[in-house]
Design a protein around this ligand. Structure first.
Ligand code: MN
Length: 314
């Protein structure tokens, strides 16, 4: 997926403030954004109050949406650099095509992971006849040492799943207990999808070196005793050894974590750069149709136009 935002801000990580010696949970509200096809999403990261959680630097919750067949998601060819796009499909089917020649339908319970590295272009569209979309789109910033790596694409049809204390867990990224996700990442990260049939409560072991966040996708959740509505992100800083979660019947949510990303990055449009020059180079290369990003074959529609850089270029 793609963002049309033109804001450019530095990311930074900071710990949650402590209140009376108790680490407070930071509450981040979503803002509404549009992605291709007029699909409206709730955007949680980056936000004014929090740029990243570990290397997770972008978080959109799309849907649950119902649309007329033929409407749906439709994002034309656009480039990425310096990041991995991570798509977690909950409902609906979306076709991915990229400039490496990958053509892949992603279905509920599956992950598409595209490592942009030095540069890639892709498209995403709802399948003909599809009338639903419920997905989470995340970006993972690549560390400077990996930012220029060759682009790559992985599709994961099967992920580790288990049940405990009334929750169904799916491991999206990283390790949890004896489980390990097959998703290739380049910094210590965790991603877990949680679902309930009936109301449930659990206590999860955390890694004190990680910072975490919980996003209720469906239902009102309790996160360490505080109530969070759908699309309200609960951010938890480092140093916690466990987390208490309660969710109602039929709930859905995600837990994300990672070692705080200490490198300064710029996130602008569909690019993550470690300098403004990297972003400017990518912008110029896309405008000029450089071979850097290649061509996406088979998509009936125009390339997205990169907006002007948000800073003065001498
Ligand atoms: Mn994209």
């Amino acid at each position: 997926m793609s963002t049309h935002e033109t804001r450019c801000e530095l990311s930074s990580s900071f710990d949650c403030p402590e209140k009376d010696g108790v680490r407070a949970v930071q509450r981040i509200t979503s803002r509404s954004a549009e992605i291709g096809g007029g699909i409206s999403v709730s955007r949680l990261l980056p936000s004014r109050h929090r740029r990243m959680v570990g290397a997770w630097c972008f978080l959109d919750h799309a849907g649950p949406a119902v649309f007329k067949s033929g409407d749906g998601l439709r994002v034309g060819p656009h480039p990425h650099i310096g990041l991995q796009t991570f798509t977690w499909m909950i409902e609906g089917e979306v076709l991915h095509r990229d400039s490496l020649g990958n053509v892949q339908v992603i279905r509920p319970g599956q992950v598409n992971l595209m490592t942009a590295g030095h540069g890639i272009a892709h498209t995403e569209e709802s399948l003909p006849g599809e009338g639903h979309l419920h997905a989470v789109q995340l970006w993972i910033a690549l560390p400077a040492a990996e930012r220029d790596r060759a682009p790559a694409f992985e599709h994961h049809a099967e992920l580790p799943r288990w049940q405990a204390e009334g929750f169904s867990f799916t491991l999206l990224a990283g390790r949890f207990g004896q489980h390990e996700a097959p998703v290739k990442t380049f910094s210590p990260l965790l991603g877990i999808d949680l679902a309930t049939l009936d109301a449930a409560s659990t206590r999860l072991d955390l890694d004190p070196a990680f910072e975490y966040c919980v996003l209720p996708l469906i239902g009102q959740w309790q996160v360490n005793g505080e109530s969070f509505a759908e699309n309200e992100l609960a951010y938890l800083g480092r140093g916690l050894e466990s987390l208490e979660l309660s969710a109602p019947a039929g709930a859905r949510g995600i837990l994300l974590g990672g070692v705080p990303f200490t490198e300064e990055i710029f996130l602008w449009w569909n690019f993550v750069g470690h300098s403004k020059a990297e972003i400017a180079d990518a912008q110029r290369d896309w405008e000029e149709g450089s071979a850097r990003f290649g061509e996406v074959a088979g998509f009936d529609g125009r390339r997205l136009v990169v907006p002007a850089l948000p800073w003065r270029v001498s």
